[in-house]
Design a protein around this ligand. Structure first.
Ligand code: C5P
Length: 207
């Protein structure tokens, strides 16, 4: 049997990170958030004053590391823990443009593929591109308004600002956001976190 990799993909604020973390916790294996690596690259660009086009040159000079633990992911930039700086509005706004760069995607994918299974990983293209061999694949969706409402509680911004950002990010992320053909698609608009987690665990027991 292939080593256990479970992919959970979906658009921004679809709940994939919370679901991935809970599923991993229930299974007693690490979870990995690929978005954090893209966020760390965006942060690097902001700190260096580099445009998304210039990022590639900076990646060669800096070291990014993701340490998965069952509860959380810590991200280190040149040995400094930057996890707390990765969810600012500035990073939210910069990250999609950075993630469009093929060289950035290749870099992040190579960091991800070095992580030893078992793990649950969330992102946009984990099941379709990075881990096509994954044993279980999920794709979470939810209406944009629902996603914006969920995110308002995590950011210092109002609903309309967040909804606008989410719609822009959906459009920008579209290219790498198609579900893998063999992914189980779950619309979470009307489900709470624990209900989604149960639905995922149910599929794992009885695929
Ligand atoms: O998952 P999260 O919202 O933290 O991801 C931040 C951004 O990183 C996304 O909006 C997307 O632009 C990019 N991303 C990506 N591919 C992934 C994960 C994230 O392009 N697998």
């Amino acid at each position: 049997k292939a080593p256990l990799i479970i992919t959970i993909d979906g658009p921004s604020a679809s709940g994939k990170t919370s679901v991935a973390r809970r599923v991993a916790e229930r299974l007693g294996i690490p979870y990995v958030s690929s978005g954090l690596l893209y966020r760390a690259v965006a942060l690097l660009g902001l700190r260096e004053g580099a445009s998304p086009e210039e990022i590639e040159a900076h990646l060669e000079r800096h070291h990014l590391e993701l340490r998965p633990t069952p509860k959380e992911n810590r991200v280190y930039l040149d040995g400094e823990e930057v996890s707390a700086a990765l969810h600012s509005l500035e990073v939210d706004r910069r990250v999609s443009a950075v993630a469009q760069r093929p060289s950035v995607r290749a870099y992040v994918n190579q960091v991800l593929r070095q992580i030893p299974p078992p793990f649950v990983v969330d992102g946009r293209d984990m099941g379709s591109v990075v881990f096509p061999q994954a044993r279980h694949k999920f794709y979470l969706t939810a209406q944009p308004e629902v996603r914006a409402r969920r995110r308002v509680s995590e950011r210092e911004a109002d609903f309309r600002t967040i909804l606008g950002d989410i719609l822009r990010r959906d459009a920008a992320d579209q290219k790498q956001s198609a579900p893998a053909p063999d992914a189980v698609v779950l619309d979470t608009s009307r489900l709470g976190l624990e209900e989604v987690v149960e639905a995922v665990l149910e599929h794992l027991r009885d695929p």
